[in-house]
Design a protein around this ligand. Structure first.
Ligand code: SF4
Ligand code: ZN
Length: 297
């Protein structure tokens, strides 16, 4: 409900970000943190805020950008991410999915059915991103990975897991996921900052970002409906999203987590050595299925 001038809006966002960072006690003891940067408004905001905080708390940040191979969208996204890294003088890694692993998200969209992949494109994309982020963080000995999931993402996760009754997934929604076995800790420091606010932040600070939308985003119709509905509710009840997310993350989640989340036994994937609950990890299965289809094409 606040009306702020540009200068104080920027200050307000930075304060809220720091407050969330300070809530994650584990971030006070880290040396190296991977910042996932797609080049869009959320991750660009994240990079600049993490850069500031890293100087204050005395840890090193390394940017990670994955070139997913989604036509023009990926080209623009990677370029914008690099511009921001150079602006800040941050070290970074670009992982090209096609060059490194032989397939792109566009290949998945084209050959998914032939490869016997039943999951939707965005769900496959999520598996790929999580795998690459964790692999890089392990390779360079990072203590945590921070991602640009914002308030609207959190509200969507809570709503969709409740809607479909996925209680275990609901219980796992949190700002901080501690590390275990070969899984590096994950943090979502933008959890209390909305996408409208990240957009304003990058515009007011004149930061370069890709304002384009991924062409596969339009396939997520349920996601879009929830987004529109929660924005409508927010207009009628200002502050609804942040209250909803805060109440869930800070009051409800700790209770249901202890009831519904059991430690899964992780082991090394027989192909790549990364952590998995089965013999071969999801990423290696995907890679093998895509490899066969692309070889026969
Ligand atoms: Fe990946 Fe879907 Fe996001 Fe596109 S919209 S980048 S396919 S998760
Ligand atoms: Zn594997």
């Amino acid at each position: 409900r606040l009306s702020l001038c540009p200068e104080h809006f920027i200050e307000f966002i930075e304060k809220r970000f720091k407050k969330t960072i300070h809530k994650v006690k584990a971030l006070r003891e880290v040396n190296k943190v991977v910042v996932a940067v797609s080049g869009g408004k959320d991750s660009v905001t994240l990079l600049h805020l993490m850069h500031k905080v890293s100087k204050e708390l005395g840890f090193k940040i390394i940017g990670l950008t994955i070139d997913l191979g989604i036509g023009e969208y990926s080209i623009k996204s990677v370029n914008k991410a690099i511009k921001n890294y150079e602006m800040l003088g941050t070290s970074y890694e670009i992982v090209d999915l096609k060059k490194e692993y032989g397939f792109s998200i566009d290949d998945i969209a084209r050959y998914r059915k032939r490869a016997g992949i039943r999951k939707p494109i965005c769900s496959v994309c999520g598996t790929i991103k999580r795998y690459i982020m964790n692999k890089l963080a392990l390779d360079i000995g990072a203590d945590a990975i921070v991602t640009g999931h914002n308030l609207d993402d959190i509200v969507y996760y809570i709503f969709s897991t409740l809607y479909t009754g996925r209680i275990k997934d609901l219980a796992k929604i949190s700002i901080y996921t501690p590390s275990k076995y070969k899984l590096v800790a994950k943090v979502k420091p933008l959890a209390y900052i909305s996408e409208k606010e990240t957009l304003l932040y990058v515009l007011l600070r004149r930061l370069p970002f890709n304002y384009g939308v991924c062409p596969y985003a339009k396939l997520r119709t349920f996601h879009e409906q929830i987004r529109k509905t929660s924005n409508m509710l927010e207009e009628k009840i200002p502050g609804l999203k942040i209250t909803y997310a805060k109440m869930f993350l800070e009051k409800i989640n700790p209770i249901i987590y202890s009831h519904y989340v059991r430690e899964e036994k992780l082991k090394e994937c027989k192909v790549c050595g990364m952590p998995t609950t089965s013999e071969i990890c999801g990423f290696c299965k995907l890679r093998s299925a895509m490899g066969k289809v692309l070889k026969n094409d």
